[in-house]
Write a protein that binds this ligand. Structure first.
Ligand code: NAD
Length: 272
C-alpha cells in the first residue's frame, strides 16, 4: 500500500456536515479544495463537492486510499458498514474522525482496526459548523498519538472551538453544545416576540434579538469575564435591565436551561 499524501482529507459520506467541514477547512487555508476527496452514493452530493473543486469519487475505498485524515460523516447506522468496507485500505499512518452521534469508539475501532491499529477519534460537532462557529468536543481512541490530537484540534479549531473530553462525557456535550443551538433559537425567537409585544416591527425585532445573543456570546468569549459579572455590570440600581432580569428569574429561566441541557444529555445516554 503506497503512503497517502500528508494533509489530504477524505469524507465517507458527503452530506451537510461533511460539506460544512470541507468548506470551512478550505476557507481557513488548512487545505486546498483538490486535497479533499469525498464519496456519497447520491450524485447530487458528489456534485456539490466537485463544484467547489474537491474530488468526488465513486467508492469509499478511493476516499480512504487518497486521504490522510478520513472523516466518517454518514448517519450513525452506516458507520460500521463504511468502515468495515474500507478497513483493508486503512493504515496506522491515517486518522479516522467519526462525527456520528452516539456511535462509541469501541464500535468504530472494531470496524476500522481489522487489519491494523488505526487511530480513531470521535467528535461531537454542532450545526454552526455551517457558518464557521462550531462548538465541538472530541474523545480519543486507544491508538491516538499526541500529533493526531493536535491535528483534530487544528482542523476543528478552523471552524469553531474544540475541547478534548473523556468519551463518557460526550453525551453531556451532546446535551449542551450538540443540541444547544435549538435552545438558543428558542431564546432568539422569544426575545423577538417580546420586542414585538413591546411595539417593534418583526423585521426589526428579529435581527436585534439575534445580534444581541451573538454580541453577548462574544463578550463572554473575548473579555474572559464571568457571565454573572457581565450581567451585574449592565444592571443599574432600579433600572430597566434588573427589572427584565427579575421577571426572567421569576419565570425560572435558569432552571429551564439547566433542565433542558440535562434532559438532552439523558436522552443521548439512553440512545448510545
Ligand atoms: P446527511 O444525511 O446530510 O449526510 C449523510 C450522507 O451520507 C448522505 O449524503 C448520504 O447519501 C450519505 N451516505 C449514505 N450511505 C452512504 C455510504 N454507504 N457511503 C457513503 N456515504 C453514504 O447527514 P448530516 O446531517 O451531514 O450528518 C452526518 C453525521 O453527522 C451523522 O452521523 C450525524 O449523527 C452527525 N452529526 C450531525 C449533526 C447535525 O446537526 N446535522 C450534529 C452532530 C453530529
Amino acid at each position: 500500500m503506497s503512503p497517502v499524501r500528508p494533509g489530504t482529507i477524505g469524507f465517507l459520506g458527503a452530506g451537510q456536515m461533511a460539506e460544512a467541514m470541507a468548506r470551512g477547512f478550505v476557507k481557513a487555508g488548512l487545505c486546498k479544495p483538490e486535497d479533499i476527496t469525498a464519496y456519497d452514493p447520491w450524485d447530487v452530493r458528489r456534485q456539490v463537492f466537485e463544484e467547489f473543486g474537491a474530488k468526488a469519487v465513486t467508492t469509499n475505498g478511493e476516499v480512504v486510499r487518497a486521504s490522510e485524515t478520513v472523516f466518517v460523516s454518514v448517519k450513525p447506522n452506516y458507520v460500521s458498514t463504511v468502515l468495515e468496507e474500507t478497513s483493508g485500505d486503512l493504515s496506522p499512518d491515517q486518522l479516522i474522525v467519526s462525527i456520528a452521534a452516539g456511535v462509541p469508539l469501541e464500535k468504530i475501532e472494531a470496524a476500522a482496526c481489522k487489519s491494523s491499529k488505526v487511530p480513531c477519534v470521535r467528535v461531537m460537532p454542532n450545526t454552526p459548523c455551517l457558518v464557521g462557529a462550531a462548538a465541538c468536543a472530541y474523545a480519543a481512541g486507544k491508538h491516538v498519538s499526541e500529533a493526531n490530537g493536535k491535528r483534530v484540534e487544528e482542523l476543528f479549531g478552523a471552524i469553531g472551538v474544540i475541547r478534548k473530553v473523556p468519551e463518557n462525557l460526550l453525551d453531556a456535550v451532546t446535551g449542551l453544545s450538540g443540541s444547544g443551538p435549538a435552545y438558543v433559537y428558542l431564546a432568539i425567537e422569544a426575545m423577538a416576540d417580546g420586542g414585538v409585544a413591546a411595539g417593534l416591527p418583526r423585521d426589526v425585532a428579529l435581527p436585534l434579538a439575534a445580534q444581541t445573543v451573538m454580541g453577548a456570546a462574544k463578550m463572554v468569549l473575548e473579555t474572559g469575564q464571568h457571565p454573572g459579572a457581565l450581567k451585574d455590570n449592565v444592571c443599574s440600581p432600579g433600572g430597566t435591565t434588573i427589572a427584565g432580569v427579575r421577571a426572567l428569574e421569576k419565570n425560572g429561566v435558569r432552571s429551564a436551561f439547566i433542565e433542558g441541557v440535562n434532559a438532552a444529555a439523558d436522552r443521548a445516554r439512553e440512545m448510545s
